[in-house]
Ligand binder design. Sequence first.
Ligand SMILES: *Cc1c(COP(=O)(O)O)cnc(C)c1O
Length: 376
Amino acid sequence: MRFETTCIHGGYQPDATGSVTVPIYVSTAFAHPEVGQSTGYDYSRSQNPTREQLEKTLAALEEGCDALAFTSGMAAIACVLELFKPGDHIIYSADLYGGSIRLFNEISQKNGISFSALDTGDLHAVKAAIQTQTKAIYIETPSNPTMQITDIKSLCELAHKYHLLVIVDNTFLTPYFQKPLTLGADIVIHSGTKYLAGHNDVLAGFIITAHKEQADRLHFLHKTIGACLSPFDCWIVSRGLKTLPLRMDRHAASALRIAKWLSKQPKIRKVYYPGLVSSPRQEINSKQTTGFGGMISFEVDSEDTAIQLLKQLKLILFAESLGGTESLITYPLLQTHCDIPKEECAAKGINERLLRLSVGLENVNDLIADLKQGLR
Ligand SMILES: *Cc1c(COP(=O)(O)O)cnc(C)c1O
């Protein structure tokens, strides 16, 4: 089955009723035919038919061996961190989703895990940071919000020499544009809230793993912790997934148009979009992706321009998410990265002039017209 077909049919075969879409099984318990027997389902936290179908689809799309559906992206990331124990050390991309950094700093460190943040695209820096207790490298590529690129394949080759796990948060590109497991990564994470579901109407998270043994451990953690995605929410994500390829193509085409347009505006100082030829590590990125995605960050000429733009935009909503049908703009310094120390943010280029735009599925000319009137 090719990608588009898997998005629609996934792990689902019509049941006895002939239902062409996956039924929503709300039952929390499943009756056993006899002592010592099971239909394959016992209690919904362990497994549920609606969730199972979605998980199988995700595993197939990322070309992994198994997948698990969580109540949010953060729940998935928190579960992955349960693979580690006190004393372990993890290296991560310095430019990372703010919520992940908050989890590392505020919860994982308290549990005895230590971290080093660096540019994971710089393999010399990564190598220098590996300690005897290092267990994993956790990356985003392109990263959030400054679109830094890490060469996944080369990083995996280095990491595996030291028996480190490579964990990739693939939220920004989705498996439609980038498949980290095929490049050697061990675990892929998603905020399914974003492009996978795609309509700004459900929270969800996923872990997809390349290894059977790890999948067993993660299933154990998943059912033990219990942050399992509800059957109804699974169904919403399943429905969103059916149009993932169509949506991603449109998000990316519109984003490229807008990135090029922004680059020419007098009040714009800098545009971060991996599809621009001037973009750093463009060559590496083109090797490992089949598209550039729908996220753009840009720096305007002053804090005042940023605030005015947010106030004047009419169609593009000032809201804190991404990957949906509606275009949303965020102010990373005050929103996604509000818990990260100011100096740390500044060093990464996250300042009072930086804005992040999630290009939605509206007509691109309407979006450009909105930005134009907002930047007047
Ligand atoms: C939103 C996001 C998360 C967190 O996911 P939630 O579904 O909001 O919990 C993690 N990583 C990235 C890159 C994100 O954009």
